[in-house]
Design a protein around this ligand. Sequence first.
Ligand SMILES: [Zn+2]
Length: 367
Amino acid sequence: MFSVKDLHSLLDFPIEGGQVLSLYLNTDPGERNAETTQLALRQLLKSVDLPEEVRAVEQYIDLQYDWAAKGLIIFSQGGGKTLFKVFKLNLPVPDRLAIGLRPLLRPLVGLLDAFSGWGLALVDSQKVRLLSFDLGEVEEKKVVMGEDVKQIKHGGGTAVAGRMGGSGAGANVDNIIDHNVKEAAEIAADFFSRKHIRRIMIGGTEENIPRFKQALSKVWQSLVVGEFPMQMSASESEIVERAMKDAVIVQNVLVDRLVDQANTLAAKGGAGATGLIDTLNANHEGRIKTLLVNEDFEQAGYRCQGCGYLTVQELASCPFCGGQFETIPTAVEMAIQESLVKNADVKVLGDNEKLAEIGQIAALLRY
Ligand SMILES: [Zn+2]
């Protein structure tokens, strides 16, 4: 598992210690067996000229790794002595190997953004099942409430109808359902708030979903971004699979909208930037609210040794402090990490065409 805390400790990692080997490996047994994965790993490591780091990775995989995770991430430096971090995820990660002065965080940042902070409520007329997801892992809380609606419908219906007078059993059943749903919404709100949920999905029937949604407060309603039919008896893996699929769809719609927004704002001279030069300048000024970057976009650049100004333009001296520049082979990754340190929200896009057209990188600015 990987948390925001882990991310921050990696962002603090000093760059003076030499080269870091970053490995992302798809170990999902549903996609390929261990033998095929080992083969892919050997291919990846073959091109690396860091024997100590490679040995540390190989030793871990041969002797310690249990092959239970779907995605494996390793950061290794100094033969594993100055840095050796392993993260096992319940999500497959595309194979990737990188060498740099810092751990490569972009794929992890993308996964954290797309697959964290999800809450799901599975509802029917009597029960609610609440789940929270982080990086494909589930924490579940089951709640059973209210009176059994079916029993009243079939069993005690006549007696209830008699007591209620003309309105019959139907009205009373509706009352019970209303009560159940109201209570479910209250418990759900409490759960979502404790789990720091930022996005909500609701599973259930066409009848139950809107009823539950209406019972939520306006604030929680505004976080509902997905609804799908699902049986109360669905297995956890079934729910997770459906929810993760929807998470990807929701994320794609969201980033498309953000790319459009950044582009429109930048064109109007407003709080938007497009392309690497403008985005790097906005980043230096700490103005980036949301950074949008394509997964594979990378470019070499220069970094001022005085104030840290990052640019892809070759300049004699720094326009901000007069300092000298050093060459940075992965200026885009460095910009992403710097913007995270400055509290920007970073969205990593899987080769988004619209973003490619406007320079592979863009930003929504704070002012
Ligand atoms: Zn400078």
